[in-house]
Design a protein around this ligand. Sequence first.
Ligand code: NAP
Length: 328
Amino acid sequence: MKAVWFDEFGAAADVLQYGEQPTPELSANDVLVRIVTSGVNPSDVKKRAGAFADLLDGGLVIPHSDGAGVIEAVGSNVSNRQPGDRVWIYQAQYARRFGTAAQYVVVNEERAPLLPSNAEYGVGACLGIPAMTAHRCVFSNGNVDGQTILVTGGAGRVGYYAIQWASEAGATVVATASNDADEKVCREAGAIALVNHRDPNWSVDAVSASNGKKFSRVIDVEFGANLPQVLDLIQTSGRIISYASMTEPQPQLPFLRMMYLDLTVQLVIVYAMPEEAKRQAVADIEQFLHQGRLQHRIAARYPLADAVKAHEKIEQGKCRGCVILDID
Ligand SMILES: NC(=O)c1ccc[n+]([C@@H]2O[C@H](COP(=O)([O-])OP(=O)(O)OC[C@H]3O[C@@H](n4cnc5c(N)ncnc54)[C@H](OP(=O)(O)O)[C@@H]3O)[C@@H](O)[C@H]2O)c1
């Protein structure tokens, strides 16, 4: 099969290779999927760059956890999928070496939920990391109906879905964005008000935007950098749920201030969220797709052979929406 892989860490142009690899073999609990789209996420490019030193210990890696395609064959123990089913794929390259940047992948049937006919394969490649991370951030501590939630970086791949999950579930959502186009996108996703996270006073603006009410939950894309502002705008007994801290990877915590606010800090990693939470996210995604209630943004599409460009696009950090490889 045609595939993209790397067998050393480094810049995309230096280490990503495109060519022939063996088609993976099916085992009893797995499905063989002919991949139509492969989603590229920041974690994929970080892994390729060397974020996990032991990743290549077992041999070459075909990158990308997310994708979508059509089931070609099913293992003898598989009962819920059949050849011809349209599916989306998540966690294909988590704790395993062979992801979706190829014409075929073999995954456990649980990792290949059905993709409704009203959702195109590009949408299917946006779900595994962006939509599931956002689902976990919003629902990890129960119902959010009636809560006032701040989503920082609301126009980001994860933030955009977080706004939608929270507002659909009955929360009042304020989001942050740094420009007019992103503000518009966040409003369309369900945010009632926007503040600019590049403005030094954005925490004051955020509380004003929610009519003076502080936030019960903050879903945050930059934990360390934003913590001083977040502590100004969160309610006592509030919850900070963060899924990244790239600017300050080792933040200092003002312990007493946080303790006197009776705060909970939850750090989310989509790959390791409980299986029950994964199943709930999959079920909600399936229902929302059927009902056409989720909006999706695809920023760029490339052929499989141009995986280098797709990785570089993610690394440039300026694109708004998912980056996808189309696979013949
Ligand atoms: N833990 C997990 O499970 C998990 C899952 C998915 C992603 N991630 C990580 O989360 C990060 C974001 O991923 P993504 O795919 O959503 O990226 P993305 O689409 O590039 O979105 C990032 C967003 O954050 C905004 N932003 C940057 N600095 C900010 C700040 N200080 N305050 C508020 N917003 C800020 C950006 O807006 P401007 O550029 O306009 O400022 C942009 O809208 C990456 O580091 C990724 O690896 C983690």
